[in-house]
Design a binder for this molecule. Sequence first.
Ligand code: X8Z
Ligand code: ZN
Length: 553
Amino acid sequence: MTKVTSDKLTAVTSQTFHYGQQIRNEASKFGYKHFTYDVRRQFSLLLQGSEKLPSDKNNKKLEDTQGEMLQIYSTGKVCNLNTSTESHAMRRDGCQELEPDLVNIMANSRDYDILLQAWKGWRDAVGVAIGDLYPDYVKLVNLRARNKGYKDMASESLQTLYEIDDFDKLVEGLYDEIRPLYVELHTYVRRKLSSFYGSDKVGHDSLIPAHILGNMWAQQWTNIYDIVAPYPDKPSVDVTSQMISKGYTAMRMFEMADEFFQSLGFQPMPKSFWNKSVFVKPTDRDIVCHPSAEDFFTDKDVRIKMCTEVNMFDLYTIHHEMGHCQYYLSYRRQPIIFRAGANPAFHEAVGDTIALSVNTPKHLHSVGLLEADDRTYEEDINFLMRQALERVVLLPYALVIDKWRWTVYRGQISPQEYNSKWWQLRAQYQGLSPPIERSERDFDPGAKYHVAAGIPYIRYFVSFLIQFQFHKALCEEAGFQGPIHRCDIHSSKNAGQKLRHMMEIGRSRPWPDVMQVITGQRNIQTEAILEYFQPLMDWLKSQNDGNNHDNKD
Ligand code: X8Z
Ligand code: ZN
């Protein structure tokens, strides 16, 4: 992102903020309690925590600090990487950018030291600089939250977004139900990595070094599927190489996603989407490559921005982003205040729910990306392993990010403990350790986009649970019989209608009501995800044979 772009962004953020204050001011003049339900709900959502106007000076400071953090993140580069033994892209300035360069190294290199250089380099380049700004940032967001009548930023984001008290305790309880599955998976993966890299690098009953899991943040581990494949002689369920050999392009991947939604009865993506979205990384300017989907709130103007690479993970991300766009289009007839997900996790879950079908061997076979769909036990387990690396692994990661931020916002730790607390949570929930010594000069949370951009993360934790509830409900609606991990809802107009009904409601009702429309349940549950992964859980237990070590101790 150039300075000009970032100044523009700060200016627009500021304008939006002031406009919001102005209409909130107007709205606060009405005694709305006796209005009809719909109008009352709009007023109360609009007026949520806006008791006082924050001082303009502090607000400007917050915008500037936020802008600076994003600027550091989006222009971060790692120079002097010694990758001469491997063929990795090197830019003319001898530096590597996060996307695609560093992301690809983390995904594809199997050299322990090169991975370490890329991992450390990225944290040196952006973490440290963001860490210098973070204590001020925390003060400013807390000040803003208190001005609005909240205790701190943690309670502001939890209360405004989820409309439930003690939401943080609720998610902790849900994770307790997932932990046994994660512990089995972690134990198995650690053993495979230990044989691959050697027990001097990965101990048998210890934490896993965070840089060898195929991902810069160890948030999803699909890129090391080849190392951990349960039945390596059976066909790979990762279709990246088929996508490449069949000459797939970014555009073709977007068209595939659009076709899937249409098969469920959704409208095609509008013309402006195809004209105005960014599908591949521009060569003439820096942009924030982190994938995003935007609602322009006029007509049908919805767009995606993504620096797409041809691989199976990006195919999943495209469905994720298109889910956001379909949500924007579904609720566009609602009043502005209701044009949002039932809660942020619902927005994150739509595209992921669709991708649960897209990823099935049955579907991949039907689009010519898998030669056979044998439906043998081995193929099932291979498939579930890859799915677990994509969807189970994210759960503890998501919890770590926001548990850490809540602790920080609540002032329970001081800036001198930021990084050590981070690694304590990484060990406790994810079973990961830093590959080299860290200190409080480092600021490893800042190496993640959502921390630099100030975007809450617990939405993904909740999304990765409810997407399985949605999937199960839609499969039933589609009349699918069999284990839910094999279900592909492609072409089911009934499933599509049910999903659309839920999406059209937007935020006009409390989320438990909306959840009920699609699943018949009123709460977040782990039953569907655990049912989905049960065959893998049984297989992992037999492999680990009681040799698991809860990474809590
Ligand atoms: O940020 C995203 C999306 C945009 S809302 C690409 N995700 C999280 C991440 O990348 O950290 C999707 C899954 C988790
Ligand atoms: Zn998203």
